[in-house]
Design a binder for this molecule. Structure first.
Ligand SMILES: [Zn+2]
Length: 381
């Protein structure tokens, strides 16, 4: 979250503004219940940590995306399952309350067609997604509850192995998906919800790819040949994903090592609980965050590395199989791509690299909507 370097040309800005632009993974709901804060008002990274709000999106930078219901991994006990299920349902209600406060500016999308309609109405698009299906516990029928709440994308696992799948960043327990994880996948397909392998281990990705009837959507992942970490996808799996019709939303995280110091860890914990901070404490958090970014950035990569990585995944997977995610408000944001206001520079760089407007339309939104349509078509109610 440092200052922008870029100033895209007027032509690039105009092209960017008229495309339908979605982000695969927006952690913005962590801000929805903040005291004295509204997503309807404009904020600035110099005084506030939030990387998007409606005015910054409405300027033509971003039309919407998947607003995340995230629950951190905890113990695998019935009591904890019930607790986090309640937490996830509450987060969904908070999203609903936010949408209800701005009915003329944003709406909930349940289908690809809804997204097109909202865009035509000049309203922002809110899809709901689940990061970590831990809250379903051992009861896959809870997915139906999430479906009824409007969720259309879910990943089985986050940064620690759980009851459903091995995590990319934890010791394996199942060698991929667990037996319950395979049930989870069947229920996802039946409901027509998109399956998100971001954060899952290679073996779990392989299981999802081979078992799913419908294409996968990696909501926020990178490329292992750009930066070698388990959290990123290797080129062979990227090709296999594309062959099965899937899409990878290329993200700003893990283009370089995560520089995680005790200070950064403490600030991230504060950020996760920002809804409990007073406005003064929130402002202090932004000051401390910016001061630490100036001294030791969390990610050393910047816009140039992001663009090189994006062009690499387009080269390997093909333009029909790549989309975008900043991982904004969830650890994303790098020098030159600090918040949603910087997105037009990606369009400018891609035009310079030879992409035409049809290519850009796919990358910015149509690929995601195609995967959603394919999942809707594969549903069996
Ligand atoms: Zn994540």
């Amino acid at each position: 979250m440092t200052g922008a370097l870029a100033s895209p040309s007027e032509h690039a800005r105009q092209v960017h503004a008229r495309l339908l632009k979605l982000d695969g993974h927006l952690d913005a709901p962590i801000h929805f219940m903040r005291q004295g804060w509204s997503i309807g008002e404009r904020h600035d990274l110099s005084t506030d940590v939030a990387q998007l709000d409606f005015p910054r999106m409405e300027d033509g930078n971003l039309n919407g995306g998947f607003f995340v219901i995230y629950t951190p991994q905890g113990p695998l006990t019935p009591t904890d399952y019930d607790r986090v299920f309640a937490d996830a349902c509450r987060r969904s209600e908070e999203i609903d309350a936010t949408l209800a406060a701005f009915p003329d500016r944003i709406g909930l999308a349940l289908t690809a067609q809804d997204a097109e309609r909202l865009h035509a109405q000049n309203r922002l698009i809110c899809f709901k997604s689940i990061e970590n299906s831990y809250p379903i516990g051992d009861d896959v029928t809870r997915l139906e509850t999430f479906y009824k709440l409007g969720v259309r994308l879910a990943g089985p696992v986050h940064s620690r192995t759980n009851q459903l799948a091995d995590s990319a960043t934890d010791a394996p327990r199942w060698g991929g998906l667990s037996p319950l994880g395979k049930e989870w996948l069947g229920a996802m397909n039946r409901l027509g919800m998109m399956i998100d392998p971001s954060h899952a281990s290679d073996a779990a990705f392989d299981d999802m790819l081979s078992l799913s009837r419908a294409p996968l959507l990696l909501s926020h992942s990178g490329s292992r040949s750009v930066f070698d970490t388990e959290r990123n996808l290797d080129d062979g799996r990227l090709r296999a994903l594309a062959q099965a019709g899937g899409v990878l939303c290329f993200t700003t995280i893990y283009l370089s090592d995560l520089h995680m110091t005790p200070e950064r860890g403490a600030l991230m914990r504060k950020l996760g609980l920002i809804h409990r901070l007073t406005p003064d404490e929130q402002a202090a958090l932004a000051r401390d965050w910016n001061a630490l970014d100036a001294a030791e950035p969390m990610w050393t990569a910047g816009l140039d590395q992001f663009m090189a990585g994006l062009l690499h995944v387009i080269d390997v997977a093909g333009i029909d199989h790549v989309a975008f995610s900043g991982d904004f408000d969830g650890g994303g944001g790098i020098d030159g791509l600090a918040d949603v206001t910087d997105l037009p520079v990606i369009t400018e760089r891609l035009i310079e690299a030879g992409l035409d407007e049809a290519d850009l339309a796919k990358l910015w939104g149509q690929n995601i909507l195609r995967v959603l349509r394919d999942n809707e078509a594969a549903a069996r109610p």
